[in-house]
Design a protein around this ligand. Sequence first.
Ligand SMILES: [Zn+2]
Length: 305
Amino acid sequence: MSYGSFPPAPGGRRGGTLAVVLAALIPACFAGWLLWSSEGDGKGAGGSGPPTASSTSSPPPSSAAPTSGAPSSHAPSSAAPDALKGKVVVIDPGHNPNNRDHPAQIARRVDIGTNTKECDTTGTATNSGYAEASFTLDVARRARALLEAHGATVKFTQDGKTEFGPCVDERAEFGNKAHADAVVSVHADGAGPGERGFHIILPKGVHGGGADTSAITKPSRRLGERLLDSFTEETGSEPADYVGDGSGLNVRGDLGGLNLTTVPKVFIECGNMRDAKDAAHLTDAHWRERAARGIAQGITDFLHG
Ligand SMILES: [Zn+2]
């Protein structure tokens, strides 16, 4: 945390007093509660019905337009504005809000080296209908703003503007072709009610077909460990209690996005959308800002580790 730290987020654990936090949060939260968004449009996979107050959010930010309502949210750190200059970061917002309209296209099997897998999936949703694909884009955009403020070149695999996908093999290829210094695929999980917490998915050592992760498993683990620390610190969330033996780290060899990567890459499952307590966080714009900070800080720590 020594180099390129982001300013403390309201409610985060990095500095600040309770009084400051409350002063920042109370008006901001109230304003956020009043804002209705079409982002969680109630048609996510497994979701139905109109968005409720719990799925509202402030509009997704762009790098040029801070919108979270948190006063210091996107202010670049005056201490290290160029901390990430020259670094290429690829953020892969999981799924795509438009996937649900293209079931045949996303069901197409693609080669993941060791196997075949669906091109992509719709992702999960909260019980109130806030789609994972909306969550991943929102957090990714917030993280992009933070990273760019520190001089990083940030590229997205998709920004919600394409008809579907890209497919998982294309997502991996995107990071490879960008010669990314780090890639983070942002997701939220669809586990059972009562199962809580976040976890990082690390690439397994796989070798087969077009897959060979031997060169990137170690740096990817390092990236994952930095993310584990920073995400815990920024959000206060606990490592998942239903996977990875509570370590917050889970190694998998069945994901095309990891099998086919040739650059350091991990997935982060930010919480369980199907658990009411986790969903209360995931649907809260202020919590998502903290999640984005955790991701941006973890990437920063990895790149300077
Ligand atoms: Zn996902």
